[in-house]
Design a protein. Structure first.
Length: 71
């Protein structure tokens, strides 16, 4: 599953778990699925970060690299 698909599914799970009428067995299954998705998303992001770092390392003498904060 692609990262954007995982994020979309995680959003659906979050909304469903926020509802009052979710039976316990469904909530537990959704929670487990959500944790699995979140773990996969983190792994994908970590891998992407490593790829970016490798590319930047190769290009460090060619370009000026500055930190970028999204917050």
């Amino acid at each position: 599953m692609k990262i954007d698909e995982s994020l979309n599914r995680l959003e659906v799970i979050t909304k469903r778990m926020g509802q009052e009428d979710v039976p316990l067995d469904e909530a537990l299954a959704l929670f487990e699925e959500g944790i699995t998705l979140a773990t996969g998303i983190k792994k994908s992001l970590d891998e992407a970060r490593l790829k970016v770092q490798k590319v930047l390392e190769k290009a460090k003498d060619t370009f000026l690299i500055e930190d970028f904060d999204l917050q």
